[in-house]
Design a protein around this ligand. Sequence first.
Ligand code: URA
Length: 210
Amino acid sequence: MADNVTVLDHPLIQHKLTLMRRKDTASADFRRLLREIAGLMTYEVTRDLPLSYERIETPLAEMDAPVIEGKKLVAVSILRAGNGLLEGILDLVPNARVGHIGLYRDPETLEAIEYYFKVPEDLHDRDVIVVDPMLATGHSAAAALDRIKARNPRSIRFMCLLAAPEGIQHLTERHPDVRIITAAIDDHLNDHGYIVPGLGDAGDRLYGTK
Ligand code: URA
């Protein structure tokens, strides 16, 4: 495995992921499970954020206590399925700033085409987590990272639920400096760009649109 990829193999994440993969899992359960997994993943994704110390008073004494250093974290969701992961991040980091990037896949070429882009203006010096549950071809993720990098963040990470080897390869070639954090790496992409065995269309399963 490329050394820019981290697979979070925690049993709670793996168990919940299996429930999500089952084709009979209802949308409400799928949404709740994705949010829970996102919270668990956020715990690891933020592990290396730098700390600084500030002087506080407890009821008993003064102390230098750790706080996350610098400006507020930014979570950027690739629409629409990214929103399923976003909720779980915000559960743990409620003060995070939020951005949205709308990209759809051209059905013929599978290339990413942007239709929406709204992120906090001052990404400079902020840590950014870009989220999309499915890293399939990697085209959308790479296009999203191009746009975010142009704003000079302090750091940038990509968090997904499932990754295809093809997506990891494409994203690593385009953005070798970006850490990819995923719960699993599946076998392959099919001819329609779906991850196999995967879990189907994450957006449709989240929102019950099919
Ligand atoms: N997007 C999805 O929702 N599912 C896949 O398998 C691939 C891309």
